[in-house]
Design a protein around this ligand. Structure first.
Ligand code: NAD
Length: 318
């Protein structure tokens, strides 16, 4: 433990920040949870509401604060900023949220250079890169939630399709957390059996394994956020659990393999961009990543995803 207090600071007390605070409180993982928002009244209201449930869960200290609350935090989570309106892509948020990060990140660093920073605000890959540049922290210390959520959506949809527990599906979405992300079908497996081999043995659907069917399944993953935002204005429960998984991996030094957004160097010839690849996450943040054996098609799609992100980074003034 960096500070030994299991302290998590959450910047942004909106849908995502408060849902995560609730999940974190129930998990009992953190001994201290501090909530920071430019809307101080909202931050106070959220912390008050949460503290009134403390008699039902493991003890922790929960309070609203200014940026001084980042001091001694093991992890600082950023969920502050604009969210997508119906029809908007994540990349549409880049200008507004990059400006917000220019304000937030130096204020975190003023109080804490040791914490792992977990970026969740969209576009998450771009803002992870922006945070790295502004903070000058080492790359292992700055993580984006990346495609951890998309991967969970992917596992769930495959599990529904195949009629197995999602925890027995091992498959990743990599690249941008957004429209250019890609599924790694070549490495997908169910209970240790390669997906391509599992499919013909399942007999659950006559169409199992058809390219059209798999493409539709991935399309559902990619468009889920749009559908949820259309229906209820925002997505927050599943991302809160994805964040909890990442935070648990750090606080408990788990060495979990998660597709977080991280600075890649020389990955299929790609460098100097943050995007998601399966990475080992522990108390030091991202310590290494897995060099997946991608098919030719996947390599091409991965490069395309990186090119899109690089093009956007070029337009940002640091
Ligand atoms: P929200 O509007 O409910 O909350 C945003 C909060 O940020 C508000 O409370 C606002 O007061 C605060 N804020 C804005 N500017 C700030 C500043 N300068 N300093 C401190 N606080 C500030 O939005 P939400 O639904 O919670 O979504 C938050 C972000 O998370 C969005 O960018 C959204 O796209 C993103 N998101 C990411 C994922 C993912 O998988 N990475 C999933 C869902 C949502």
């Amino acid at each position: 433990m960096r500070h030994g207090k299991s302290k998590v600071a959450i910047i942004g007390a909106g849908n995502v920040g408060s849902s995560f605070a609730f999940a974190l409180m129930i998990s009992g993982l953190a001994r201290e949870i501090v909530i920071i928002d430019k809307n101080e009244i909202r931050a106070k209201g959220e912390s008050m509401d949460l503290t009134h449930g403390l008699s039902f869960v493991s003890p922790s200290k929960i309070y609203a604060s200014g940026y001084e609350g980042c001091q001694d935090a093991d992890i600082v989570v950023i969920t502050a900023g604009a969210k997508q309106n119906p029809g908007q892509t994540r990349l549409d948020l880049v200008q507004a949220n990059a400006e917000i990060f220019k304000n937030i990140v130096p204020r975190i660093i003023k109080y804490n250079k040791e914490a792992i920073i977990l970026v969740v605000t969209n576009p998450v890959d771009i803002l992870t890169y922006v945070t790295l540049k502004i903070s000058s922290l080492p790359p292992n210390q700055v993580i984006g939630s990346g495609t951890v959520l998309d991967t969970s959506r992917f596992k769930y949809l495959i599990s529904e399709h195949c009629g197995v527990d999602p925890r027995n599906v091992h498959a990743y979405i990599i690249g941008e957390h957004g429209d250019s992300e890609l599924p790694v079908w070549s490495n997908a497996n169910i209970g240790g059996m390669a997906f391509a081999k599992y499919c013909p043995t399942c007999n659950k659907h006559s169409y199992c394994g058809s390219n059209k069917e798999l493409a539709e399944l991935f399309e559902q993953v990619k468009t889920s956020a749009y559908k949820i935002i259309e229906a209820k204005g925002a997505t927050y429960y599943a991302i809160a659990l994805a964040m909890l998984k990442i935070v648990a991996a750090i606080l408990r030094d788990e060495n979990s393999i998660l597709p977080v957004s991280t600075l890649v160097e020389n990955y299929y010839g790609i460098s100097d961009v943050c995007l998601s690849i399966p990475s080992v996450v522990n108390i030091n943040g991202v310590t290494r990543f897995l060099r997946l054996e991608l098919s030719d098609k996947e390599q091409k799609e991965f490069k395309h995803s990186a090119d899109i992100l690089k093009g956007i980074i070029k337009g940002i003034k640091f």
